[in-house]
Design a binder for this molecule. Structure first.
Ligand code: CA
Ligand code: CA
Ligand code: CA
Length: 224
């Protein structure tokens, strides 16, 4: 059965299990469907790729695979067949559909009222901040202008290393909060270079949903 499918760029991560004849090599074929049939075991519409797995002595194998596949998006369904040569002949069956997730980076730019670098209850988003997602070559692969929520959603990303760059509106007087305060990455600010507004490099894994790279902004006290 298929447990997870995460798409982005030209790769599809697939995680699942197969229980069948022991000590047998099976060819898995993966398909994209747009609509599941009523049983939930849809017919394959477009083949995405193949891989082979071998069951253990108990007839079980767990697999995590990354195959080349482009053009997938959220809501698509991925299904699989498993075909193997067992003593009784060829076995083939459709696995249950799994809905495609989008490999993603999501985060928030927030107004850090007490300038402690931690997103505290009662602190809210900052609008008008340009957020650039740069890949390992430095190229901007996604850009977003925040609204009042301060959120930035980047979907369908290729596996790899990225840097986020935050460009607050000019003339307002924002400064970046101190990075990596308090020991909880889920609520800290990650802009390590306040001149460029950039974070350190971080990795988006094949099954990755990065949701902890944030930027805190505050108004520094200007001494007269
Ligand atoms: Ca705070
Ligand atoms: Ca951090
Ligand atoms: Ca963080």
């Amino acid at each position: 059965m298929l447990l997870q499918a995460v798409a982005g760029g030209n790769t599809l991560f697939i995680r699942g299990t197969l229980t069948s004849t022991p000590n047998t090599t099976f060819v898995l074929e993966f398909f994209r469907n747009w609509i599941a049939d009523q049983t939930g075991y849809g017919e394959g519409e477009v083949i995405l790729g193949t891989a082979s797995v071998t069951t253990n002595g108990s007839g079980f194998v767990a697999f995590s695979l990354t195959i080349s596949a482009s053009g997938l998006s959220i809501g698509n369904l991925v299904t699989a067949t498993a075909t193997g040569q067992d003593p009784d002949g060829w076995t083939s069956e459709f696995a249950e559909n799994v809905e495609v997730e989008e490999r993603s980076v999501w985060g928030v730019v927030w107004f850090d009222m007490d300038a402690d670098g931690i997103l505290d209850p009662g602190e809210s988003g900052v609008a008008g901040v340009t957020v650039n997602l740069r890949d390992s070559t430095g190229a901007v692969v996604r850009t977003w202008l925040t609204d009042g929520s301060g959120e930035f959603p980047f979907f369908l990303l290729e596996v790899g290393y990225y840097v986020l760059e935050f460009l607050p509106p000019v003339g307002v007087g924002y400064a970046f909060s101190p990075p990596n305060q308090g020991g909880n990455d889920a609520v800290d600010s990650d802009v390590v270079d306040p001149v460029t507004g950039r974070t350190a490099s971080f990795y988006v894994a094949p099954d990755g949903h990065v949701q902890d790279v944030f930027a805190g902004l505050y108004f520094p006290v200007i001494e007269a």
